[in-house]
Design a protein around this ligand. Structure first.
Ligand code: FPP
Length: 240
């Protein structure tokens, strides 16, 4: 029986965030270059996005490129960037057909101009869609985002916009790149690593964490449904 049939559709996580890990290992295990794993991972992105949209999840955030990923060999960075642009461009009509809105978080200024333009074009072309919001974390790291927020708040206090004592967690959250997105209810990491790796450190405060040994290129719809099913079996207490 598919996990889809076991899911209670009235208690879905509103926001699922995924660390897509294991592309390199998946490729190496098959004797291929790492980039082959990234290419295979695009199909998992497609399947996961479709599954999330079909079941009625509101937000899906995918960690597609971390700040640390800039340190990878130039050839791998270039290949990942081309893969991203090509996929985004090719999938824009499908996103529209499925009423999916694209958004992006991260230090987008660091992306090559061509990538940024195509990303912005897809964001604009899908802006009116009202179904799933697909958020790509690109050149993203949570510490970068938090330091950025602190700088912004310091400037506002110096300008006299508000007093230091008026800073609270609500105001802080409004200075993060996720300001218009609810916190994730469920965080999935593939490929067996049990770490958060600088991903949404503030926003994951109360998220349920789910780890699976499946490498990202093997991740399919039923793997997402299983994660949602396991999420529903847990009791969330928010510290109460
Ligand atoms: C981690 O695997 C994966 C990435 C750094 C990139 C993920 C990118 C894609 C799936 C391609 C396109 C994405 C979109 C949104 C179209 P890894 O290389 O760290 O694997 P390893 O830990 O086995 O080395």
């Amino acid at each position: 029986m598919s996990y889809l049939e076991k899911i209670d559709k009235t208690r879905l996580p509103r926001h699922i965030a995924i660390i897509m890990d294991g592309n390199g290992r998946w490729a190496k295990e098959r004797g291929y270059e790492r980039i082959f794993g990234h290419q295979a991972g695009v199909e998992s992105v497609r399947q996961t996005t479709e599954a999330a949209a079909e079941i009625g999840v509101e937000y899906l955030t995918l960690y597609a490129f971390s700040t640390e990923n800039w340190e990878r060999p130039q050839a791998e960075v270039d290949a990942l960037m081309s893969l991203l642009v090509d996929s985004i461009q090719r999938e824009t009509p499908t996103l529209n057909k499925n009423n999916i809105r694209l958004a992006a978080i991260g230090n987008l200024n660091r992306l090559p101009a061509g990538v940024r333009e195509k990303l912005q074009a897809c964001i604009s072309e899908t802006a009116k869609n009202t179904g799933l919001t697909l958020v790509l974390a690109l050149s993203y790291s949570a510490r970068w985002e938090i330091v950025n927020a602190v700088r912004e708040i310091c400037e506002e206090v110096e300008r006299g916009d508000y007093l230091r004592d008026e800073i609270d967690d609500r105001l802080f959250a409004q200075r993060l790149t996720t300001r218009s997105i609810p916190d994730p209810d469920l965080m999935i990491r593939t490929s067996g690593e049990l770490r958060i790796s600088n991903f949404l450190l503030w926003q994951l405060a109360y998220a349920e964490l789910y780890f699976t040994p499946v490498h990202w290129p093997d991740f399919r719809k039923d793997d997402l449904y299983r994660a949602i099913y396991e999420f529903q079996r847990r009791e969330r207490r928010f510290g109460k």
